[in-house]
Every structure is written in structure tokens, then in C-alpha cells.
Write a protein that binds this ligand. Sequence first.
Ligand code: NAD
Ligand code: WQD
Length: 333
Amino acid sequence: MKIFITGGMGYIGSHTCVELLNSGYEVMIYDNLSNSNVKVLERIKVITGKEPVFIQGDIRDEELMATSMDGCSAVIHFAGLKAVGESSQIPIEYYDNNINGTLCLLRAMKKNSIYNLVFSSSATVYGDPLYLPLDENHPLSATNPYGRTKLFIEEILRDVYTSDKNWHIALLRYFNPIGAHSSGLIGESPNGIPNNLLPYISQVAVGKRESLSVWGDDYDTVDGTGVRDYIHVVDLAMGHLKALENIASLGCEAINLGTGNGYSVLEVLRAFEKTCNKNIPYKIESRRVGDISSCHANAKKAKELLEWSATKNINDMCSDGWNWQSKNPNGYE
Ligand code: NAD
Ligand code: WQD
């Protein structure tokens, strides 16, 4: 079975390609390399012993996509811009890339009579939680253009399904993906100064940055710092395999992919220090604008519908993340 993977060269996409290839799927990666490196292909080949097909292209190029996905039975749609802060500075690019790109993808799929779609959504669609843990029925909202692209795309996909019940669509709402493949050959390789916690901690540990700024220690949490549901990227990748396996039984379903556990910034920092056996200097700073206090998933629906649950704990996430960072201090560069 051949799967068309938009954004397959990126962080989550590359890990998903590895698991798909290891499970006997053929993969066709479609990516414009705007936030990834072509070296990923070679690394995937070393890990799996198989060569994925790669087409360099943009998801807004409907014609190229339509011809490229010939013979595929399903699409996993990772491609998109994802930096929250940047999305407020260049919202038109975000709406064009993420939403227009998705519309092009849907038309290309229809041309090829492909109706199975797994979409990368995000826990960001829950906005500031009204209650925890977050289940899929929690009201949806967004506080920045990036989050709105995810929210709007979810709405578009629900409309598409309502108009034609031949579609099978999994809206996978990721919590906070971290970690890397245990080989240390693929991992997260952010451009410039990392926005997210784990890449920042890893770069301090490897000596590329001086100290971590902890954004706020006055939240109503275990130690005052923000709490998130971190999930190992390989667990997340496995969630996509399970979604594909079960896609025929789904209509259009939103499904959380999280562990159900929350960890504070300082708890993650301590776990990382233990793994790398180094002190990670940090400074407490004021809260980051737009941050929520706490968030973790109710992961029951994924268990019920996909027979999937996370298997790796915070120590696994930190040790695989450190293995990647220490072997590749400059990412893929
Ligand atoms: P990533 O940036 O590493 O991967 C995205 C890939 O898409 C990159 O390889 C990039 O080159 C490609 N791409 C971007 N725009 C494209 C376009 N117009 N045409 C073709 N390719 C394009 O990001 P990631 O962390 O792997 O995230 C994958 C998806 O998951 C994204 O949609 C993101 O919004 C979503 N998501 C990520 C997180 C997270 O914390 N990493 C959390 C929730 C949801
Ligand atoms: C985690 C915690 C920060 C960096 C973001 C997006 C979300 C999703 C995942 C795509 C928070 C604290 C962080 C730092 C810190 N992406 N922190 N110092 O904000 O939960 O989610 O990525 O969909 O949409 O918003 O993740 O890793 O940025 O932050 O103290 O240098 O770490 O305040 O409590 P976040 P994060």
C-alpha cells in the first residue's frame, strides 16, 4: 500500500515515514524543503534499509501533487508552517500555505479518487483549557493565526466529509511532540533560535546557548512553571500508522494524541539534566504572551478507536532527544 506524505521530510513526518517503511508500506514524500533538509532521505534509508520516493514540490502546486499521488491509497498531511510567533507577523503566508495548501491537496485527492486522509492538527485548537484533561469535545478556539489555520482546516475537513461520506478523515490533535528516533539519525532541527522547550534545553546542554529562559513561575501548577503533555515523536508516528489501519472505520474524527500526563518546565529540565548528566543553567523570566498554564490530554478516544496509546515516558523522551542532539549538535547542517 502506497501512502502520499506531504511534509514527510520534517520532524514528525520523517519519523512517521520510518515507521511506515518498517511496517511494509511504500511512501511517497512530497515536501518543498522550506523547513527541512534533503539529508533526511539518506538517514531514513540508513534506518530502514529502504528508499522512500521523494518529490520536491509545494502543496499549493495542485497539478504536480495530483500527478505525484497517482497510485496512492491514502494521504498523511503534515506540510504546513508551524511557528506560533511568526504566524502573527506574516499571517497571509500562514493562511496561504496552510489553508490554501490544504484546499489544493483536497482537489488533487479528489482528482485521484483518494478519500483517506490523516491530518496533523494540534492541541492548540482547544485554546485556553476550560477543564482538564482535554477531551475531544472541549470547545475549540484559537489565539493566533497558526492556531486559526488548524481550527479552520478542521472545519473545512468536517464540511468536506458532510458533503461526501466517501471520505475518511482523522484529525489528529497532537500535544507536545519531543524526542527523536533511538538511532540518533533523525530528530528535530529547528532553524535559528528554538521557540519550543526541548530544542532549547538540548541546545543549552550541548553548549550552543548559555541558559534557558523559563517563561513564568507563577502559574497555578506543581512548581509554578507551565505544564504540558509531552509525547515521544515515535509514539506519535505510531499513532499515524494506527489511524491508517483504522481509517476505513472512521468518518471525520478528531482524536487526541497525547500521553495523558503533564510535566512542568522544571520537571522536564530535571529529567533532561539526569539524562545528559549536566547542569542546565536557567533564569526565571516573566510569562510568555499567549501561553496557557497547563494542558494535558484525555487519551481515551485514541485507545478506543485506534487501539493506540503512548508507550514512552519522559526519561525516554529526554534520552532519545539528547542522543540526537549530542550526535548532531548542528542538526542536519
Ligand atoms: P516541520 O516544519 O518539521 O515539518 C513540516 C514539513 O512541511 C517541512 O519539511 C516543510 O519543509 C514542509 N512544508 C511546509 N510548507 C510546505 C508547502 N507549502 N509545501 C510542501 N511542503 C511544505 O514540522 P513538524 O513539527 O514535523 O510538524 C508537522 C505538522 O504537525 C505541521 O502541520 C504542524 O503544524 C503540526 N504540529 C506540530 C506540532 C509540533 O510541536 N511539532 C504540534 C502540533 C501539530
Ligand atoms: C512548553 C512550555 C513554555 C520555551 C507550542 C505551540 C503549539 C504546538 C506545540 C504546534 C511552556 C515553556 C518554552 C522556553 C520555556 N505546536 N518554555 N522556555 O507553547 O506548549 O506549544 O508547540 O501545533 O501550538 O504553541 O510548547 O515547547 O513552546 O512550551 O519556559 O524557552 O515550556 O512557557 O510552558 P507550547 P513550547
